[in-house]
Ligand binder design. Sequence first.
Ligand SMILES: [Zn+2]
Length: 503
Amino acid sequence: MRKRIAGLTLLAVLASSAPLASPLAAQAVSAGAQAPTRTIFVGATVIDGTGAPALPGMAIVVEGDVIAGILPVEDLAADVREGAEIVDASGWFAIPGLVEAHTHLASVADRATAEFILNRQLFAGVTTVRDMGGDARALIDLQRASLVEEIPAPDLHFSALMAGPGFFGNRRAALAAAGERTGAVPWLQAVTDETDLAEAVTLARGIWATGIKVYFPFEGELLGKLVPEASRQGISVWSHVSIGPARPLQVARAGVRSMAHSCGIVQAAIPDDVYREGEEGTRSGVVEVDLNGPEVDTLFATMKRNGAVLDPTLRVMVPRPWPGVAESDTVGPEVPGVADTARGPGEADNPDPEQPPPPPPANTRPRGVVADCGLEEAIEATRLAYEAGVMIAAGTDGTSPPDSVFPALHEEIRYLHEWVGMTMMDVLTAATRHGAVALGREDTIGTLEPGKHANIVFLRQDPLAGPGSLRSVELTVKRGRLYYRRDFVLGAPPRPGLPGEVR
Ligand SMILES: [Zn+2]
């Protein structure tokens, strides 16, 4: 299973065959090749993220920005050590760099806030983030700045959003396209039966998006055409579980790569005939559902068969900790009377007892049925998905308070372990490999294996002992570059008044 290397020849081969599948990797090449430097982390206990047991006393050999080999320290040849920078990792645990699978860094473009969040993530072990919708003009600039090491930040992947025209009356959608017409720009595209889907997908690829995010309202039939076209052009489709009128089962059957928000599973439990009555206007309001019924079973079986990853985003279900800023990991303010771009119908729960319930979203269809979903239901739905063997990715759709020195992803990891009941090994997989799968980047990141990006977190405490161990981070390595926790500076919290704020 583990590829071991002994000499320089193989190292050189591995270094020159660094995968170029991702746009980020391709950019790294064009950014200018520096002479490869070798760093060897010596003596760590390695949990490589493949599911293999922890291996103590290992050396991780990093050549430039890729892992060249992982081998027992005693097998390390003298010629490999020669000229290498040696980092004493004895007593430390090494895990793959964490992937935050669901964030919004530029709902409204604000560079200072985004940098604040990204810096905090990187120094706490997050080496990759997936942005699920925002102003791509800002996101691509952040992606570049991170890649060329202008700013300390995880690698940033982002999406181009597509939805039915009904979505774009949303003020937040307008803010994410400020200066242009929302719905008619490559990162926020209104799509209908009339849309040339090949062109729409090409536009998304043209702005360097890693995935297409589909959002409600979305027709099931249209999704069934979009996914193969996206696949033909080599780009992933990321969806919410619930993007009505398309039902969750249709979303899973279409073959999307990831599905967001556990509350969508609760909506999936509404039987088809009841849902149809809602669509036809003969029934409305809240309906009781059975999460153990055949609807949910079929959904899970389909997700599993098609390799769809669920990002439950429990963090966004707990009381928001950052007053004045939207609960999703956005830089935009809460806009009263406007649907959160992070949510679909029936998902806009407000669990904070101190906050008044939000007004109904302006773009919610007036009729239809909905199943109640709060934190408790979201946890239960996640637990059932986990037990059914659906791949779970750790994404927050949320953020930590400005004075917190750790990112929201650490909290999501804790919730998945303590509330959902996932083993720490499975939680680590959720926060690493499954995040990579959700991105479609499992060939280059997500595990510690030769040939992959050197994205590594070194911890003082055993991560399998519990989620609190993540706070013992000593060193984050991203693409071979070292970020010691002792050098972390939280910095000034972003200003409370943000651009576009309506008060
Ligand atoms: Zn979201």
